[in-house]
Every structure is written in structure tokens, then in C-alpha cells.
Design a protein around this ligand. Structure first.
Ligand SMILES: C[S@@+](CC[C@H](N)C(=O)[O-])C[C@H]1O[C@@H](n2cnc3c(N)ncnc32)[C@H](O)[C@@H]1O
Length: 276
């Protein structure tokens, strides 16, 4: 494992994630023997606007049951399970954080989707899949930890079938001053490798993918987390939420993210590109 891979595992790994999620679900009154994909959504969709943005990019991808989908940097596999359940397609997820894959497989088993969702531990920069093997590559909020954007998108393009589509939802460097840390994706600047939107677009194009839609989502993203923070201030954290993945300084991380968005230190966009 490279130094950065170890840092990613340390940043995202907690050591007792399944326990934390199960005790949150218990507190929320969920029956652990009859868990649903929706029960897990507040914690296993670790990206801006949670399920809301997952639905937006899924609609953009126009998924079909016959599609083979790869989620690069899938985390706990929440989006993968949602897609498999809603569209009946097969989804493979790959992620560098060992604990996410271990816990993700257990959660997949618990909701009865192991035949539709395969989670694999590995790096986005060396995808263990054959060329031209997926109809759709999906990626949300993973490349902020990946410095080599050209290799990241080249690997995605390599495993996509001709005509295949990349759907993405990502955080980029904005036009303002340096971002505040800690942020949800990095305790400090050493693990944060944000590209500007034009740098990312150049890497996507260089990989042989043509961008069809690129939609900025800054204001709705800031508003979403402002509301979350207000609710936490009034009522404390909910039993199940992404704060379970962010450690003791979750509130500071989310506050900094909102501030970064408002001050254009970072921006967030989603979209779709096609392999020619
Ligand atoms: C903020 S989480 C997002 C997880 C997931 N996409 C989601 O939306 O719930 C970022 C994820 O990127 C993963 N990641 C970072 N660098 C990676 C790499 N080189 N290869 C694969 N996954 C990586 C991390 O392990 C982490 O799970």
C-alpha cells in the first residue's frame, strides 16, 4: 500500500463501524433482522445531499436492468445497493478503505442484495477489471483524495464499454482562497487533492470521454448542510447519519464544508460523460 492509501484508510476507517451503525439503527427503532436499503441511506450515502443527489445522477444515467455498473470509491456501498434495488441492475463497488468494504458486504447481506451487489477492496488507480467491461461507471466524492486525475479517469474510460457512460458527483477546488480543514474528506490539506473543474474536465477529455452535462450544485449543497447543522444544533445528532463516519469533529468538518462552498473555496458539480 502506498503512503496515500494508508492515509485514506486511516481517515475513513473507524475500527468499529458496524457496531456504531447497528447501535444507531437500534436507537432509531429499526428492526435489525428486517433492515431495508432505505433504513441505511442516512449513513451509507456519504456524499453531498445523500439520497437526493444519488437519484439525480441515477436519472441522468438512464439505468436499465441489463446495465453492468461500477461504483468507483463506493464507500459502504449505499448508492450501489440503492441502484441494484431500484433498477435491478448488477453493481460492483470498489473502494480503498478496507473497513468500508468489510462492513459494506455485511450490510449488503443484511438487506438481501448479495446476488446483485459485489463489493471489492482495491484502488481506483488500478481497477482489477477487464477493458470494456461496464456499461456505466458511477463515482461520487472519491477523487478529492486522488491526486492523479489523468490516471483516475483513464482507468474509468478503460473499463467502460464503447458508448458507456460515466456519471459523477464531485467536489472541486473553487476560485476562492484555500479551503478550510478539517473537511469531511480530509483532516488537513495533506490528504486533499482537489482539482479545479477545468483541470478535471481536461483529464476527462484526455481519457477519451466526452462531457455531455456538467451541472453546478453549490447553493443547494450549502443549503442542505446548513439545514442539517441547524437540526443538529436544535436536537443533537440523529441516531443514524454520516456523522458516524466522520469522528468526533463531524460538526466542524460539515461547518467548514458549508463555509468552503459559500466562500467559493470549493465547488460541487455533477454530470455525465460518454465513451466515444
Ligand atoms: C466521501 S467517501 C464517498 C463514498 C461513496 N462514494 C459514497 O458516496 O457514499 C470517499 C471514498 O473514496 C474512497 N477512496 C479514496 N481514494 C480512493 C482510491 N484511490 N481508490 C478507491 N477508493 C478511494 C475512500 O475510501 C472513501 O470510501
Amino acid at each position: 500500500m502506498s503512503t496515500i492509501d494508508v492515509m485514506v484508510n486511516k481517515h475513513y476507517g473507524t475500527g468499529n463501524l458496524l457496531e456504531k451503525i447497528e447501535s444507531g439503527l437500534n436507537l432509531a427503532g429499526k428492526n435489525l433482522e428486517q433492515l431495508t436499503v432505505d433504513d441505511l441511506a442516512p449513513v451509507d450515502e456519504f456524499h453531498t445531499r445523500g439520497r437526493e443527489s444519488t437519484i439525480e445522477i441515477a436519472e441522468m444515467a438512464k439505468l436499465k436492468a441489463t446495465d453492468k455498473v461500477l461504483d468507483v470509491g463506493c464507500g459502504l456501498g449505499g448508492s450501489a445497493r440503492h441502484l441494484a434495488e431500484k433498477y435491478n441492475c448488477h453493481v460492483t463497488g470498489i473502494d480503498l478503505t478496507a473497513e468500508y468494504i468489510t462492513v459494506g458486504k455485511q450490510l449488503t447481506e443484511k438487506v438481501g442484495l448479495s446476488d446483485k451487489v459485489t463489493l471489492v477492496e482495491g484502488s481506483a488507480l488500478a481497477l482489477p477489471f477487464k477493458d470494456n467491461s461496464f456499461d456505466v461507471v458511477w463515482t461520487e466524492h472519491a477523487q478529492m483524495n486522488i491526486a492523479d486525475k489523468e490516471l483516475f479517469y483513464a482507468e474509468i474510460s478503460r473499463v467502460l464499454k464503447p458508448g458507456g457512460r460515466l456519471v459523477f458527483h464531485d467536489i472541486f477546488r473553487g476560485s476562492g482562497d484555500a479551503p478550510f480543514y478539517p473537511a469531511p474528506w480530509a483532516e488537513d490539506a495533506s490528504l486533499s487533492t482537489l482539482a479545479t473543474e477545468s483541470e478535471a474536465q481536461a483529464a476527462i477529455n484526455k481519457a477519451g470521454l466526452s462531457i455531455d452535462k456538467w451541472i453546478g450544485k453549490v447553493s443547494e449543497s450549502a443549503e442542505f448542510f446548513q439545514k442539517v447543522l441547524k437540526r443538529v444544533e436544535a436536537n443533537g445528532p440523529p441516531p443514524v447519519g454520516i456523522h458516524l463516519l466522520m469522528g468526533d469533529n463531524a460538526r466542524v468538518k460539515l461547518g467548514n464544508y458549508v463555509q468552503n462552498l459559500l466562500e467559493k473555496r470549493v465547488c460541487v458539480s455533477l454530470g455525465i460523460a460518454f465513451k466515444g
